[in-house]
Design a protein around this ligand. Structure first.
Ligand code: HEM
Length: 112
C-alpha cells in the first residue's frame, strides 16, 4: 500500500518530502519485534494488535466480514475433522505484496 506525503516529515530518521510517495509494509509491521514478543512465531492467541487490515482512515472496510468468514470456516472444519495434518512443504506465491500461499498439501483426519 502507498500514501503520498502531504507535508515534509521525518520518520525513523528518514526525511520524507511533501509529495513523496511512501510505501507501507503492513506485513513488516506484523513482525515488528519492538511490538511483539517472538515476532516471527505464529502465536494464534496473541493480543490482537496486528495491522493485517491496515491502520487509520483506510483500515479495511471488510475486516469484520473477513473475520466472520474465517471464524465460520474454522467452525465448520472443526465440526468435521479432528486434525489438519500438513503433509508436505508449503508453496508460497512469488509476491512482495501479500505473503500469499499457493499450495498447502494437507490430510484431513475425520472426527469420527
Ligand atoms: C482476510 C481478508 C482481508 C484482508 C487481509 C484485507 C486487508 C486490507 C488492508 C490491509 C487494507 C488497507 C489498505 C490501505 O491501507 O490502503 C484494506 C482496505 C480495504 N478493504 Fe480489505 N481485506 C480483507 C478483506 C476484505 C473484504 C472481505 C472486503 C469487502 C467485503 C474488504 C474491503 C476493503 C475496502 C473497501 C478497503 C478500502 C478502505 C479504504 O481505503 O478506506 N476487505 N483491506
Amino acid at each position: 500500500m502507498r500514501r503520498t506525503a502531504l507535508q515534509d516529515y521525518t520518520l525513523g530518521g528518514k526525511n520524507i518530502k511533501e509529495g513523496d510517495k511512501v510505501s507501507m509494509w503492513y506485513l513488516s509491521g506484523n513482525h515488528d519485534e519492538t511490538v511483539f514478543d517472538n515476532a516471527d512465531q505464529l502465536i494464534i492467541d496473541r493480543p490482537n494488535a496486528h495491522v493485517a487490515f491496515g491502520f487509520g482512515v483506510h483500515r479495511c472496510m471488510g475486516n469484520r466480514l473477513a473475520g466472520m468468514q474465517l471464524r465460520i470456516l474454522w467452525e465448520e472444519i472443526m465440526q468435521r475433522f479432528s486434525y489438519v495434518e500438513v503433509v508436505d512443504d508449503i508453496k508460497r506465491l512469488p509476491n512482495n505484496f501479500i505473503r500469499g500461499i499457493k499450495d498447502v498439501p494437507v490430510r484431513l483426519h475425520p472426527l469420527h
